[in-house]
Ligand binder design. Structure first.
Ligand code: ADP
Length: 676
């Protein structure tokens, strides 16, 4: 039981351990799947950001190229217009028509700020200004238009120029005129600058950054400086300082990375920008990592939630499993204990009856079933009084005692029972009683038999000595009486004398026979056992006593519930059954029934009973009938049952009598089927 308990505990622990392992494995799977999901979604988000930034950069590139194209177109239209006007001035000049009046009208109508015709010496021949300031001093003009003065070129577009940083910008073109002169036209450059300012990279980048809240910065950078950027950019890592930027710029690659800007984590995408085959710089777009961080934080929160949930669930699950497991092992232990105790209760040789406080039967074991001849299912929940149905037994069981020997009539048999009674409480409310009943009937019979045997032996030995001593004088008396009867003839009453002498002789002989019988009894012959059919023995007895029984109108019959071979002394058993049948015939005065019954009892015990419907034996006499010389018959010797007893003893058997005055007597013999 203890071993089982330990084993059970071990088994329980190993099962609990495997449950824990399964749970941990589940938790690991769930957490790692969440981590994988986190990584995956981060990757997907970065992928998304890459695609998004790529398309943003693409649109930036296209817009930038459009801007450049617009600016170029504007400048080109300016150039064309200015060169056309310069040509007109040149023609007028060549035909000597370049009067200030005409030129002023031309300048006014064409929004030209100034028209100058400058000689190679730096002298200004014509100088017409429609308003605002003129372009540069004569000295500067000489230097600026040197290629025209030297004949190197006849057209020079200087574009936007200013005399000094404080002066407004002018758009300047020059043509070579007659006599190595330069015809210089200027127009207000503010319109171009305004257009540039309106449609340049700066506004583009700012507009893009404003539209998209996730853009932290947008910038165009060349190898030297920051060309344009969204409003919040004060400083950016120089292109030359970063291998990443350098690599993207040099190899014209679209690249992305996660970096920091203003101590913020940003996703940066870069793309080189080229216009008309000329690499102009690198577009850099910094996207906020906030959505990624938000999603990460959300997934982290979910992870924490899953973990807590798992821990709680695991706790519940484990508690449930542990409780269930414990309950199961307790149930098993209980079942084992219950089976053990039930088996013990049911299989002990003593009858056990357990009753509740109302005497309702709860337990009725096999021995009780056998003793009372009732099945447990028939008696359960019925009361003890109901079941015993016998006042004597019921009263005794009902009284309060702890140990008592009682005699009670059970199924036509008087049983000697040792009853132990114990009251116990199952809980505070119910008081139960347990009766342990031991059937002492056989034990008592055995004790009785032993006593008888001892008494017989003692008496026999004493009497044998006396008998032996009596036999010789008796023989002498017999011889003398016989001699006297033969040799002596009295003078008178001769007849009476001889009959008395014969009487003495006969009585001496009878005493001698009795002594002979007794000696025979006290020094029994050893058994000569052999195998024989029990039926043969019974048939022989029936045949032997049938006619005698019939004479007294007695029905002598046999009931062979078992037939088979036994190993015993057949002659001696024949003597036993003969004595019992003869006693039964003698007991029945007129009409009746004698039945010999053969049964096989457990443990190979052969049981032969001889019952009759005679007058029975009074209870007080039942203990004496096996005594040597006890007889109630006038012609009886009182030796028959003693011989029966002796032979049964020799066969290692038991004999007991059951008798009820007025109803009949039953002698029951039990011997081992293989006697000795
Ligand atoms: P005996 O037959 O010579 O008297 P037993 O030893 O055989 O001696 O019997 C002793 C006594 O037991 C009998 O005298 C009789 O009183 C009683 N007895 C034996 N068998 C029966 C019986 N079947 N019915 C009634 N009494 C019996």
């Amino acid at each position: 039981m203890r071993l089982k308990k330990i084993f059970g505990k071990k088994k329980f622990l190993s099962e609990a351990r495997s449950i824990l392992l399964i749970f941990l494995a589940l938790a690991v799977i769930m957490i790692s799947s969440a981590v994988i999901e986190l990584r995956q979604s981060k990757k997907e988000l970065l992928q998304l950001m890459t695609t998004q930034s790529h398309s943003l950069l693409e649109s930036l590139l296209i817009s930038s190229q459009n801007i450049l194209r617009n600016n170029q177109f504007l400048k080109e239209s300016y150039r064309q217009r200015m060169l056309n006007n310069a040509n007109l001035v040149k023609i007028l000049y060549e035909y000597g028509q370049a009067q200030p009046q005409i030129l002023r009208t031309l300048a006014k109508e064409n929004n030209i700020q100034s028209i100058q015709i400058v000689k190679a010496s730096g002298q200004t021949v014509v100088d017409v200004t429609s308003g605002g300031q003129k372009f540069l001093s004569n000295q500067s003009l000489k230097q600026l238009f040197a290629p025209i003065f030297t004949g190197e070129t006849d057209t020079l577009v200087l574009g936007l120029r200013t005399n000094n940083p404080q002066s407004p910008y002018l758009y300047v073109v020059a043509l070579s005129g007659k006599n190595h002169s330069a015809i210089v036209l200027t127009v207000d450059g503010r319109e171009i600058l305004a257009s540039n300012a309106r449609t340049g990279f700066g506004p583009l980048l700012r507009a893009v950054a404003q539209k998209n809240p996730f853009i932290v910065y947008a910038a165009l950078q060349d190898t030297n400086t920051l060309l344009a950027a969204s409003g919040n950019v004060r400083e950016l890592e120089a292109l030359t300082d970063s291998p990443f930027l350098r690599h993207a710029f040099d190899d014209s690659l679209y690249l992305t990375r996660v970096t920091t800007f203003d101590s913020l984590s940003v996703f940066e995408a870069v793309h080189p920008f080229a216009f008309n085959g000329h690499k102009m710089g690198l577009f850099r777009l910094g996207l906020s990592m906030k959505p990624v961080d938000d999603i990460n934080a959300r997934i982290y929160r979910r992870l924490v939630f899953i973990t807590i949930l798992l821990i709680i669930l695991g706790g519940f699950m484990l508690t449930y499993l542990f409780t269930k497991q414990r309950f199961y092992s307790l149930k098993q232990d209980y079942a084992v204990v219950e089976t053990y105790s039930t088996n013990i209760i049911h299989n002990v040789s003593d009858a056990i009856i357990v009753c509740d406080k109302n005497k309702g039967i709860r337990i009725f074991n096999h021995a009780a079933e056998k003793l009372f001849g009732k099945k447990e299912e028939d008696v359960k929940n019925r009361t003890l009084d109901e079941i015993l149905g016998n006042e004597q037994c019921a009263q005794l069981l009902g009284e309060s005692f702890t140990l008592r020997q009682i005699e009670c009539q059970l199924r036509d048999q008087v049983k000697i029972l040792l009853v132990s009674r114990t009251d116990f409480a199952v809980n505070d409310e119910s008081q139960n009683t347990i009766f342990v009943i031991r059937d002492l009937t056989d034990q008592k019979a055995m004790e009785e038999q032993l006593n008888r045997k001892e008494r017989l032996t003692a008496m026999g030995e004493l009497a044998a000595g006396v008998a032996h001593e009596i036999r010789n004088p008796l023989n002498a008396i017999a011889t003398v009486v016989q001699q006297l009867d033969k040799d002596f003839e009295p003078p008178e009453h001769s007849e009476e004398y001889h009959s008395l002498a014969r009487l003495v002789y006969d009585e001496v002989k009878r005493i001698n026979r009795t002594i002979q019988d007794f000696l025979h009894f006290s020094r029994p012959e050893p058994l000569r056992p052999d195998h024989f059919e029990i039926k043969t023995l019974i048939d022989k007895i029936l045949m032997q006593y049938q006619s005698e029984a019939r004479r007294k109108k007695i029905e002598l019959k046999a009931n062979l519930n078992w037939q088979g071979t036994v190993f015993a002394d057949q002659d001696k058993l024949s003597q036993v059954l003969g004595n019992l049948v003869r006693n039964a015939i003698e007991a029945i005065t007129d009409q009746g029934e004698i039945e010999i019954t053969v049964d096989m009892q457990p443990n190979d015990w052969l049981q032969i009973s001889v019952s009759d419907t005679g007058p029975g034996i009074p209870p007080e006499m039942q203990a004496k009938i096996f005594n040597l010389y006890f007889t109630t018959k006038a012609q009886g010797t009182g030796i028959g049952l003693s011989i029966v007893q002796r032979i049964v003893d020799q066969h290692n058997g038991l004999i007991r009598v059951q008798s009820e005055p007025g109803k009949g007597t039953k002698f029951i013999i039990r011997i081992p089927r293989q006697c000795c």
